[in-house]
Structure formats: structure tokens, C-alpha cells
Design a protein around this ligand. Structure first.
Ligand code: ADP
Length: 327
């Protein structure tokens, strides 16, 4: 339903999106997650036909965003980060005006607006002036606007930003309801906002894709996992138990009760538990605990974004010291 291929977008010197590729299948609800400045809005604006790409391509509902922008705009409902306000219009008038603008035939407009208001849960404010409704309702007026032409695809840019917890919960409920009939891509810089609504999460940082998977799948992947071992032995025996395994940054604590606990980072994809079990049996050491600790999704998200920056900085430092060493 949405295909992004090698998409690059520059603003002068700023590389906002850097060779980004992903796909969203029909019926999916995909959370587009990344810190501020990651390139989410830029990607979304390219998809919505508001920015031309610098390089690469994108299509929505089978239409190329560069060559068939009219068809693209008719196929998607787009909720921009800042919903435009027409304070002097009543909600229902505003939506009828938007329906007309989007080419909904005059005879269908009334029904289309009623349906969109029902889906967005704003029938109770239909007679109010847009300028007089709360921010949470205004966001839902924006959602109704996105829905008024009954598009297959909804693209929502930070739909919950600036809302209080109740308003956020309501928006999430609406998105969940809409998921039954629409393919949805929605962005956020807050993990908790996408975690319980999205069936899949794309993590973007500095314009590039860092992760792509179901929320629990992302955590289950070994990135950021730690090995935890506790055994009835001293530190030296624990070191032997762990020698040569695909782990790093081993931390040991020898307890007064004859137990030593170890924790260590795992090389991606590694699971040395069976090996440790066999070694412990061979050495006659009783294991008290042997497990892999998954990071929380929050920790995972940090690892994928800030952690990635730190790794890049470290690499740069290593590079510098190597150069310095060679000189
Ligand atoms: P996000 O939506 O993830 O917060 P954006 O896509 O808004 O990120 O921004 C990505 C980068 O592109 C940022 O460095 C931002 O300053 C820059 N940027 C976005 N829009 C423009 C623009 N119209 N002109 C210049 N720079 C822009």
C-alpha cells in the first residue's frame, strides 16, 4: 500500500532523509518512531505529495508520489502535525468545505461528513466553531478531515502531540478503531504512543531506518540483551565458565553466600546458555540462575537511537586514536 525506495531528501546542507526504504502492506497499522528531527515529518510530507524527493521514489496505493500526485492525494487521508485552523467555521461547515476541496461529489458530502465525524467521535461538537473546541477535539477534527474522502490509507503525523493523557488515550482509541478499515502509518517520538496501537514499528533516526518489526519482536531480537548467570562458585570459576563465549563487558559480583553473579552484553544473535549449562555440569558447579534479560521496549528504542550515536562516536574516537597511533 505504501512503498518507499531509497528515498533521500535534502534541505540545503541538511540531509533530512537518507536512502530510506520500507513498505507498508494493506491493512497494517505501522508506527513511525524516532526522536525529534529524525526525518519522520519529511518522509510523511513526501508521501503526502507536499515535498518532492531529492532522490529515490515512493508510491501510495499504487500511485507514484512524484508523477501521480493528484491520485495520491485522493487515495490518502493526511493529518499534518499542525492541523490548520479555520476558527470562524463550524466543525460541520469546515468538514463540508474540505470534502468539496477533496472532490467528494456534492450529493455525497453530507453523508461523507457525517460518517467521518462519527469515526472521529466528534458529533457532539459538530455545531461548535472550530476555534472554540479543545485541542484534543481539534486533533479529531483533523482526523475527520483526513477521513472525509474515505481514503484507504491514513498518514498521521504525530497525532497525539500536545495532547493531555485523556485526549491521547481517545486519539489512540480512534486510531485503533480506524485500523479495522484503513491502512495506517502514524508517527510519534514517544514509544508508548505507538507501542500498543501499532502492529509494526519502524524506528527512524537521522533519516535512516534503524529497526523494523512487531513491538515484541523488536525486543526479542538480541540487540541489547544481557546474559545473567548466578552460580555457587567463586569469581575465578565464573570467569572460566564464561571464557571465550560471544559476550562482552562482563560484570561480576561475588556474594557472601558463596554465589557469584555475572552479567554481560551479548553479541547479536548469540545465546550461550546451553554451553554454559554443559560447562557447569562438567565442572560440578550448581547454577542458580541462567537467563537472557531482554531490554524493555523503551530501553530498546534508546539503544536504537542514542546508543547508535554513541557507537558511531566511539568508532570515530577509535578511528582517531588509531590514526594518532600510526602518526
Ligand atoms: P521529525 O519529523 O522526525 O521530527 P523532520 O522530518 O521534521 O523530523 O526533520 C528532519 C530534519 O530536516 C531536521 O534536521 C529538520 O531541521 C530538517 N528540516 C525539516 N523540514 C525542513 C525545511 N522545510 N527546511 C529545512 N530543513 C528542514
Amino acid at each position: 500500500m505504501i512503498t518507499v525506495t531509497d528515498l533521500t531528501k535534502r534541505f540545503g546542507q541538511t540531509l533530512a532523509v537518507d536512502r530510506l526504504s520500507f513498505q507498508v502492506e494493506s491493512g497494517e497499522v505501522v508506527g513511525f518512531l524516532g526522536p525529534n528531527g529524525a526525518g519522520k515529518s519529511t518522509t510523511i510530507r513526501v508521501l503526502a505529495g507536499y515535498h518532492p524527493a531529492t532522490r529515490g521514489s515512493a508510491s501510495v496505493a499504487g500511485f507514484d508520489v512524484a508523477k501521480q500526485s493528484l491520485q495520491v492525494r485522493q487515495s490518502i487521508g493526511y493529518l499534518p502535525e499542525n492541523v490548520p485552523i479555520y476558527p470562524e467555521l463550524r466543525v460541520v461547515e469546515y468538514l463540508r468545505y474540505r470534502a468539496a476541496l477533496k472532490g467528494v461529489p456534492a450529493r455525497d458530502r453530507k453523508v461523507a461528513v457525517m460518517r467521518a465525524m462519527a469515526k472521529a467521535g466528534i458529533e457532539d461538537v459538530r455545531r461548535k466553531l472550530v476555534g472554540h473546541v479543545s485541542r484534543g477535539y481539534r486533533q479529531r477534527v483533523g482526523l475527520a478531515d483526513a477521513l472525509v474522502s474515505n481514503p484507504k490509507v491514513l498518514i498521521l503525523d504525530e497525532p497525539t502531540s500536545g495532547l493531555d493523557p485523556n485526549q491521547r488515550r481517545r486519539i489512540k482509541e480512534v486510531v485503533r478503531e480506524l485500523a479495522e478499515e484503513h491502512t495506517i502509518l502514524f508517527s510519534s517520538h514517544i514509544l508508548a504512543e505507538v507501542q500498543d496501537v501499532a502492529s509494526r514499528i519502524l524506528v527512524i533516526h537521522r533519516g535512516t531506518l534503524r529497526a523494523d518489526g512487531a513491538p515484541d519482536e523488536l525486543v526479542r531480537s538480541s540487540v541489547g540483551r544481557r546474559l545473567v548467570v548466578a552460580a555457587a562458585c567463586d569469581e575465578a570459576a565464573m570467569r572460566q565458565l564464561l571464557a571465550g563465549l560471544p559476550i562482552e563487558g562482563v560484570e561480576l559480583v561475588e556474594g557472601t553466600n558463596g554465589l557469584t553473579r555475572a552479567s554481560a552484553g551479548l553479541t547479536e544473535g548469540a545465546d550461550p546458555r546451553a554451553e554454559i549449562g554443559e560447562r557447569a555440569v562438567a565442572a560440578g558447579i550448581a547454577l542458580q540462575e541462567l537467563k537472557l534479560d531482554a531490554p524493555s521496549l523503551e530501553e530498546y528504542f534508546q539503544l536504537m537511537t542514542e546508543g547508535a550515536d554513541r557507537a558511531a562516536e566511539n568508532e570515530a574516537l577509535v578511528g582517531d586514536s588509531e590514526t594518532a597511533g600510526a602518526a
